[in-house]
Design a protein around this ligand. Sequence first.
Ligand code: AMP
Length: 436
Amino acid sequence: MNVTYQNIKGTFDILPDAQDGSDAPIPGSPAWQYVESVIRDVMARYNMLEIRTPILEPTPLIARGIGQLTDIVAKEMFAFERGDTQYVLRPEVTAPVMRAYLQHRLDQRGGVQKLFYIGPCFRAESPQKGRYRQFHQFGCEVIGSPDPRADAETIALMMDVYAAFGITDLRLRLNTLGDEQSRPRYREALQAYLAPHADRLSETSRQRLRTNPLRILDTKDERERALLAGAPRLIDFVDDESRAFYEEVKALLDLLDIPYEEDPFLVRGLDYYTHTAFEVESDNLGAQRALGGGGRYDLLSREIGSKQAVPAVGFAAGIERLLLELTARGLPLPGIPAPDAFLVALGDEATRWVFATARTLRRAGLRVALDLKGRSMKAQMREANRQRARYTVIVGKDELAARQAQVKHMESGEQVAVAFDALAGFLLEHRAAVAA
Ligand code: AMP
């Protein structure tokens, strides 16, 4: 077929079937549903409640919330204006969730709000394997608790999502960013250390040196890493209270037997993070090896206009990278489900009977397929085969007269006559027997 339009680069269609993407395979929708259901299940066990916020947010929420001139604001947003409103396609979900928390006064519900989300995010990055312009994040936000147990629980939840898929050997990197006071002190020290070596920094890092120097710590560039080996360390700028908080988070992770690696250079991209920062990595993903990350963001609420600081901690992780990880490990993902029955009709009267019976069987709970193109019986059988139907139910003149269908088990080829009245029961029973 002649194709006039294609999807935008860095986005992709999720088809019922897996397909070859330009950089990596794109699993079919049944695999996405499965992954999402496992995530929802783990979220439920942690007593997380789902929140769904709009894809469109006011740009200043993100621009201010994420701190002026940080990377997301500078170049990674899809933003536009209509009338006098500025819109942005959300690049992440933390700021939107905090907006919703403040807007709906969820603080007044008492206790801690534990919210999770699954949904698309948008960033204007250059696409490559594991990096897209529309991608999907799942994550949680624990809002209202200043307690290190909220941090440890968030990390445990994230690790348990991967564990639920059978992935238990990921690398968890951990660091503390200290509090509101220690961050600027460290920022200055880092700037002072790096400034004389600015000529050895990449263009991006030189810019970050002015706007967001902590991001340079994240660099993958060998020369920059060598330079950073002698850089001041965040932990030396952290006060006793923040240090005790960090020690408690680590003790709680030990209590839960969750291994971690301390990484003094681990930072989060955004300015509102304090204390705990963590990232989960895999060796299977090439350049984009972060599966997800998170941390405590006690400063966000004030950045987006709240008078009070609202203590909060959360994580965000990519579904595409999780799917890449599952694929790399050869872990099974469900494909297109097979119908319980494909109804095959021979003749006009049988075609009408099949059409009506399909609905009866569907209302009984069965996955039922039938021909919608007026094909020959042979072609219908072929289609039933292609769809891997468990049974075909074959009805022609004789079957109508006898009020019983020929029911063929496709795999074995075994065929039995089943009375029309008993058809739903037969198919349900045999489906159950297979599933058990
Ligand atoms: P971040 O908010 O940048 O820490 O992102 C959290 C997680 O979302 C990352 O660890 C990735 O798994 C995923 N992610 C972020 N950006 C992208 C992207 N452009 N494409 C695919 N996944 C992404």
